[in-house]
Design a protein around this ligand. Structure first.
Ligand SMILES: [Zn+2]
Ligand SMILES: [Zn+2]
Length: 212
């Protein structure tokens, strides 16, 4: 199981990276991305610290741990700059916190993210058709999320992405150990998003391809 969107104590998650990794391993994960919330205030603090533990944890806990970040509420005009900065600081996966249906994320965030060079647009909400086409063109994965509230956008994202052949990824956006993926959550989210088990397999493949 691969899940590339999680939070630790370095933003608003409940666990230290080491704790989260061990919980994930116990839950049957083979790979996990640590993607704490970042803006320009903390990006140079968070990413190098996460990067410092990912190698050790991968080695000793035998689970692939990927250093990433989630660019969050950065003004759309500065998102590209933030993504570039994150990569320079050592983020292997860069997510942008998209226009969730349950938060006042600035309008234009989805579009700016898709043109920024990020890897994943998280919870893109009621994303426009032309933005889904841009995701496909720029090879940005659109997120299907198990997270309450954010997931209200799943059926819309799934339908447009499938219709336009854009690639999806399933993530949990875990903040607590009980948020991590299991069979029940997988089944529930697939049903809610109107996706099939073969879509799940494809989403896992897309995640694997990204981390390779
Ligand atoms: Zn987010
Ligand atoms: Zn998140």
């Amino acid at each position: 199981m691969i899940d590339l969107h999680t939070h630790t104590l370095f933003s608003d998650g409940q666990l230290l990276p080491s704790e989260l990794i061990q919980h994930a391993k116990e839950a049957g994960y083979t790979a996990i991305g640590l993607t704490d919330h970042c803006d320009f205030s903390n990006i140079d603090f968070v990413i190098p610290r996460i990067a410092r533990v990912t190698k050790e944890l991968s080695k000793y806990y035998k689970i692939r741990v990927i250093c990433g970040c989630e660019i969050t509420y950065v003004p759309p005009a500065l998102i590209k700059k933030a993504v570039t900065r994150a990569r320079k600081l050592g983020a292997e996966i860069v997510i942008v916190h998209g226009e969730s249906p349950v938060e006042p994320v600035p309008a234009g965030t989805n579009r700016a993210a898709l043109a920024s060079g990020c890897d994943i647009l998280a919870h893109p909400g009621f994303i426009k058709k032309e933005d889904v086409m841009l995701a496909k063109k720029n090879s940005v994965l659109l997120e299907i999320t198990t997270r309450r509230g954010h997931r209200n956008g799943n059926p819309h994202v799934a339908k447009l992405a499938k219709g336009l052949n854009a690639n999806l990824i399933l993530n949990t956006d875990s903040h607590l150990p009980e948020d991590l993926l299991d069979d029940k959550k997988t089944k529930d989210v697939l049903k809610q998003a109107k996706l099939t088990y073969s879509d799940f397999k494809q989403m896992q493949k897309n995640a694997y391809k990204l981390i390779r």
